[in-house]
Design a protein around this ligand. Structure first.
Ligand SMILES: O=C(O)CCC(=O)C(=O)O
Length: 340
């Protein structure tokens, strides 16, 4: 079983209350030291089916400018669709290691199964590791899908993921629309700026098993998403944190909510009016956390920059316009070269 497997890594060290050095983050990052307790941050909770469109636009624009993260309910995705989607995702991590490796990443590809917990050395010497395993694969559009990375050994995996992606696209389109209107743009402008019908929906499933030292470890280290928008469903184990004024706050779990992260491409297109949220995850001593973010990303050749209508003498462009390919490779290399 997975937990036993993780314990076997921990057992290689002095006691069951320690973890390998690779997973111990410096004190200025450790969750026990850097998390704000007793003063929760207010994460906006927004009903996406609000009949008052004006109000909805204002709420989304405010949340995106001030926090960069909000949760939506009444989003139109039936809870049984989400439950099935979560179930097949969890089942992937119950497969044998050998089976999971069949979906392993190929050199240079973001898609596939990746593990910090299983591999002693994943080629990133000197870097601290997250207490997490994951799998990535695109779920939309059909031309971007590579089924080689879908664990179709699980019988209903494909059907369930396709169904979830169908519903999620409706939510994604609504968010682009409201975010555009919130900037005084036409309904379609941010979606077009991010690639229109070619926007790619990249699913990641994060598996965070129990960790003997959650005070010292992190799940996913601090970052903002390079996507335009990220739509995430978690299980009921808290762990997501956001950074505000250099302090880390827990994001509360809300049943049936989808957590919306404003990503770098929306920050860029809005010329900084909307803020990409800096976030990270913590892990639990005795519970397994899962999360299912879907990153809405421009296609690689899409040139993304501040929307021209938002720029004038008083508000000059704060970001360069560049191909998403160049942005993402710069960001990826920058992050993976950050040594501690
Ligand atoms: O697990 C979460 O809540 C966030 C995951 C995340 O930030 C990521 O996978 O990039």
């Amino acid at each position: 079983m997975e937990v036993g497997r993780v314990q076997s890594i921990a057992n290689k060290t002095a006691s069951k209350d320690t973890i390998p050095l690779d997973f111990i983050w410096p004190e200025n990052v450790q969750p026990a030291i850097t998390t704000v307790h007793g003063a929760d941050i207010e994460i906006p909770l927004i009903e996406l089916d609000d009949d008052d469109e004006e109000r909805l636009i204002k709420l989304i624009a405010k949340a995106s400018s001030e926090v960069g993260l909000f949760q939506i309910v009444n989003h139109g995705i039936p809870s049984d669709v989400i439950e099935r989607f979560q179930k097949v995702g969890k089942e992937f991590f119950e497969l044998s290691q050998e089976e999971k490796e069949r979906y392993g990443k190929l050199p240079g590809s973001v898609e596939g199964y990746g593990s910090s917990l299983q591999k002693e050395d994943d080629g990133k010497k000197g870097m601290k590791k997250g207490w997490v395993d994951h799998i990535f694969h695109r779920v939309w559009p059909p031309s971007a899908i590579n089924l080689r990375f879908w664990p179709t050994i699980l019988t209903s995996y494909r059907e369930v993921n396709e169904e979830y992606a169908k519903y999620l696209r409706r939510v994604g389109d609504k968010l682009f629309t409201y975010l555009s209107l919130g900037l005084g743009l036409e309904r379609h402008e941010l979606r077009e700026g991010a690639g229109g019908d070619d926007i790619e929906y990249l699913l990641k499933i994060n598996y965070y098993p129990p960790c003997p030292r959650p005070d010292l470890a992190l799940g996913v280290p601090a970052h903002s998403d390079m996507s335009a928008i990220t739509l995430l469903v978690p299980n009921d184990v808290p762990g997501l944190q956001i950074c505000k004024d250099d302090r880390w706050y827990n994001v509360n779990y809300v049943p049936n909510a989808i957590v919306i992260h404003i990503g770098d491409q929306i920050e860029i297109m809005s010329n900084g009016k909307y803020k990409a949220v800096m976030h990270r995850t913590t892990v639990s001593k005795d519970k397994t956390r899962f999360s299912w973010p879907v990153f809405l990303e421009p296609p690689l050749e899409q040139i993304v920059g501040p929307i021209s209508k938002l720029i004038n003498k008083q508000n000059p462009a704060r970001f360069t316009s560049q191909k998403y390919r160049d942005y993402s490779s710069y960001k990826y290399n920058n992050i993976s070269q950050q040594k501690i």
